[in-house]
Design a protein around this ligand. Structure first.
Ligand code: SF4
Ligand code: SF4
Length: 349
């Protein structure tokens, strides 16, 4: 592993140099908030450490994505025959992503890249990305990432980790992909001896600033029915409005719907983000709805994140402790409290 030093005065020049080979993606203003999106030639990623309102999962799993299309015109030899659209594979530099958001994208892969099914759209987007993370120096009050097995300096899902050090970035180059981007940007100055110790000190300071934790060590031991039939659900979730904000903001939520839309004589098959908080999400064609009530739906959200995911993948919980759902919930529902309750209660007999 190499540690470089990047003078901030040379930062934008390096990004511009790398643009010849990589599309630049990063945190940037979007409507009235900070978003994560492709940047135009005159834009640079916001590197002040703020968390984006929506997560960067859109980099590999866009809110709306055309998967297939077919012409509808009479006489067209391909009329009504759906074909996959071309899948973009050109390299993208995802700069300024938080380490736990990158970890969340790695968790998404567990669903979209399995032995039974490999999603070509998500996989191609993932392969095209080089993840250049920015360590979180000042975690927010709702950050509980360490409990979730990640953290402000987690390198596990990154190709490069940048650490803000006043007028420079200390830069840990983790993978070959990361080294290729650094070379394309012209960043090649090795850091001084002792840089590793400085990074370690910054890491410990950031981690010790995280004061909020969750416990889920007992959830795996409990049966699905113990947790599902527990008495607390009505009480712990009664305030939920089923608005879906938590699911759209969450970097690990992956529910989607597929719809056909017709525009100008062409039919498009489009995948859109959906939310398990919506009653329409599970409404059957017969009219039956297995999750008709609000409590059933929010119980599903927490059972999926905290129990079903653990049981199925043996990869911890489906949460990276970013705190977005806590900050954006209009009803004050806090996954930390629900998780602690599930961990503590619900055993029958
Ligand atoms: S938990 Fe909060 S953010 Fe999520 S659907 Fe319910 S009210 Fe909306
Ligand atoms: S804290 Fe909330 S929004 Fe963030 S990963 Fe966990 S469940 Fe998703």
């Amino acid at each position: 592993m190499t540690i470089l030093t990047i003078d901030k005065k040379c930062w934008e020049e390096g990004l511009d140099r790398a643009r010849s080979a990589y599309t630049l993606v990063g945190p940037a203003p979007e409507a009235e908030a900070l978003g994560f999106r492709e940047l135009c030639a005159t834009e640079y990623p916001v590197m002040d450490g703020s968390q984006t309102r929506l997560s960067p999962k859109s980099v590999v799993f866009p809110p709306s994505q055309v998967m297939m299309s077919c012409p509808l015109k009479e006489g067209d030899a391909k009329q009504n025959i759906y074909e996959s659209v071309e899948i973009g594979t050109s390299p993208r530099a995802v700069v300024g992503i938080r380490p736990n958001d990158a970890k969340a994208i790695a968790l998404l892969q567990l669903n979209f890249d399995t032995d039974e099914y490999k999603d070509p759209y998500v996989m191609a987007a993932f392969e095209a990305c080089t993840f250049i993370g920015l360590a979180v120096s000042t975690p927010s009050a709702t950050d509980f990432s360490i409990s979730c097995g990640t953290g402000p300096f987690d390198e596990s899902a990154l190709d490069i980790l940048l650490i803000d050090d006043n007028d420079r970035y200390l830069t840990t180059v983790i993978t070959d992909k990361g080294a290729a981007w650094a070379a394309a940007a012209g960043f090649c100055t090795e850091a001084e001896d002792g840089a590793e110790g400085l990074i370690q000190a910054k890491k410990e300071a950031a981690e010790s600033a995280i004061t909020t934790t969750i416990a889920f060590n007992r959830i795996k031991e409990k049966t699905v029915l113990d947790l599902y039939n527990a008495d607390h659900w009505e009480k712990t979730t009664f305030a939920c409005l089923n608005c879906g904000a938590c699911t759209y903001a969450c970097p690990t939520c992956w529910c989607f719907d597929i719809q056909d839309e017709v525009h100008d004589g062409t039919s498009y098959r489009i995948r859109h983000w959906d939310s398990c908080m919506s009653s329409l999400f599970t409404l059957h064609g017969s009219g039956h709805n297995p999750r008709e009530t609000s409590t059933q739906r929010i119980r599903q959200r927490f059972m999926h994140k905290l129990k079903y995911f653990q049981d199925k993948y043996d990869h911890g919980i489906m949460c990276v402790g970013c705190g977005r759902c806590i900050e954006q919930c209009p009803a004050g529902i806090d996954i930390r409290n629900i998780c602690d309750t599930m961990n503590r209660e619900g055993i029958r007999g």
